[in-house]
Design a binder for this molecule. Sequence first.
Ligand code: NDP
Length: 457
Amino acid sequence: MPSTLTGSEQAAEQYVSSVYESVIRRNPHESEFHQAVKEILDSLIPVFARHPKYMKHGILERIVEPERMITFRVPWVDDNGNVQVNRGFRVQFNSAIGPYKGGLRFHPSVNASIIKFLGFEQIFKNSLTGQPIGGGKGGSDFDPKGKSDREIMRFTQSFMTELYKYIGPDEDVPAGDIGVGAREIGYMFGQYKRIRGGYEAGVLTGKGIVYGGSLTRTEATGYGCVYFVNEMLESRGLSFQGSTVVVSGSGNVSIYAMDKATQLGAKVVACSDSDGYVYDPHGINLNTVKRLKEIERKRIREYVDEHPHAVYTEGCQGIWSLPCDIALPCATQNEIDADSAKMLVENGVKAVGEGANMPSTLEAIDVFLKNRVLFGPAKAANAGGVAVSALEMSQNSMRQSWTFEEVDAKLHSIMKNIYQNSVKASEAYGLPGNLVAGANIAGFVRVAEAMLAQGVV
Ligand code: NDP
């Protein structure tokens, strides 16, 4: 069949596929990183076709290569006196628009591929927020599950004893992610302060309120995701009011997504952890989930002991077979595959908002877009967390604290802007309704312009 592409589109397509091939060749066995790069690159073809200047200056070749990737040994002693060794990572991916910024993940699945996919996505997400923050990410294959408080402290202190060399309020500002919450950030901040011998509040975000944290940071990713989905719903005259919602995970992002969805009049009927999911036809009792997961650090299956009408099912995938109007995947990468996406569509899902990073496979995204499901991609929908992290940095610099209402209002307005900018970019490039492309393009252009201005560095 003759190609319908114009000459400049063909050139852009060839350019993008040659960069993608070199990413695969130079980063073998890093499937998650390949997936994240492919999603972005494919949606940038129309940008290169219209603006060949980005091809001439090697923007893409540079943007897929981290500025720096640090790997280090993290030795620590467990409660039985045994020496344990984990691996630490920090990728400093791109600093064109500000200091590197991105969370730390502690989970046994962490490896170079996971850290690079997260760091790469962070570049565009951070750009979309409109704040002056570059892209980074880090973590360790340490498993916090089942560890005592003292073990967590010894591990995080050892981790920071190496990481401190590479971070700082104007260089690189880590935050939390899976397995890294207020407790871990607190221990890491204490160790950083001890080593540096000075109070650099802006070196980490997600801190406790009493020592430089921002109100609303805990809620920000979940709330922001719901604000974003609400914008999408309104574009079709829909709302959370009276809708049925399924949320995966029961960690930080999930809990506050459930909280805000419930505030807006929805009924959240299911949530999960890495073992299985609970379905509660009366609506998930958030106080129980918060106590079980945030305080007692128990498994979600224990929810049914207190709510006998609820049902627990072992395994995570089945959660997507539950009929719902809105699905919010807030646990981890690749949790919705094509089959799960088809099930959601068959059961009438109207909107999907990605609270987690890359929770839908490329095939699943295809299913949602083809079926005109309102789809909020992670880079846009979960950017609220890092946006409020940037607000935390501002407050630290000014030595001020804003009220919950002030920060929440700023978060709300940032999420609206991200939505509008993604819509505008998707329309400008002839892809209306495709917020995956819209978010990628809007995020990319800002970074690319900064890279152009700064020369080949
Ligand atoms: P938490 O550690 O607080 O919670 C993670 C939740 O997901 C837990 O319920 C956990 O279950 C579950 N989970 C983890 N791994 C798996 C897995 N392999 N399969 C099924 N469930 C799993 O992390 P967050 O809520 O902070 O992060 C969740 C997602 O949101 C991640 O993708 C993260 O990158 C993303 N994100 C987080 C931001 C933040 O501000 N925290 C900002 C932007 C994105 P269990 O209890 O069994 O471990």
